[in-house]
Write a protein that binds this ligand. Structure first.
Ligand code: HEC
Length: 130
């Protein structure tokens, strides 16, 4: 009998914790907006990744290479506007595969890795055309 009372009271406690369930399901409610938020990445797909060489270059490259690639980036790079399309493609792909570059190549490796084949084409066309 000694153990029976604690047993009963623990049942009661259990009963209580179960009764406190309704507020729990109320807690579930706020998680719904959270779920709704995770379903809003359409924003990401609409973030502007330029699909033309000029905008891409202005956005990602001009700060170092000059508006038209006419500057030596950080005083170290070639004047890329003077390179041919093939040379630019070769350099960008080389930075991607870490087979091209000089002492400051780490800067370009990071950037080149963010470019896809199409963007390299667009950029090479744009830079060599100016
Ligand atoms: C933070 C400054 C910076 C930005 C931004 C930058 N570059 Fe460069 N770029 C450099 C530097 C510095 C070098 C020389 C790296 C080396 O030592 O090989 C270089 C080299 C190059 C070369 C090879 C030229 C050579 O000297 O052999 C090409 C092509 C090039 N960049 C294209 C681009 C393109 C395209 C973008 C935009 C997607 C870009 N860069 C963005 C700094 C930058």
């Amino acid at each position: 009998m000694k153990f029976f009372i604690p047993f009963l009271s623990s049942l009661l406690v259990l009963g209580c914790t179960q009764e406190s369930k309704p507020p729990k399901s109320a807690l579930d409610a706020p998680s719904n907006p959270v779920v709704a938020q995770t379903h809003t990445p359409p924003r990401e797909t609409t973030t502007k990744v330029p699909t033309d060489g000029a905008s891409l270059f202005t956005q990602q490259c001009a700060s170092c290479h000059g508006a038209k690639g006419e500057k030596s980036a950080l005083g170290k790079s070639k004047i890329i506007a003077n390179l041919t399309q093939e040379e630019i493609t070769h350099a960008l792909k080389g930075y991607q595969s870490q087979s091209y570059g000089k002492e400051m190549k780490a800067i370009m490796e990071g950037r080149a890795k963010g470019l896809n084949e199409e963007q390299i084409g667009l950029l090479s066309d744009y830079i060599s055309g100016h």
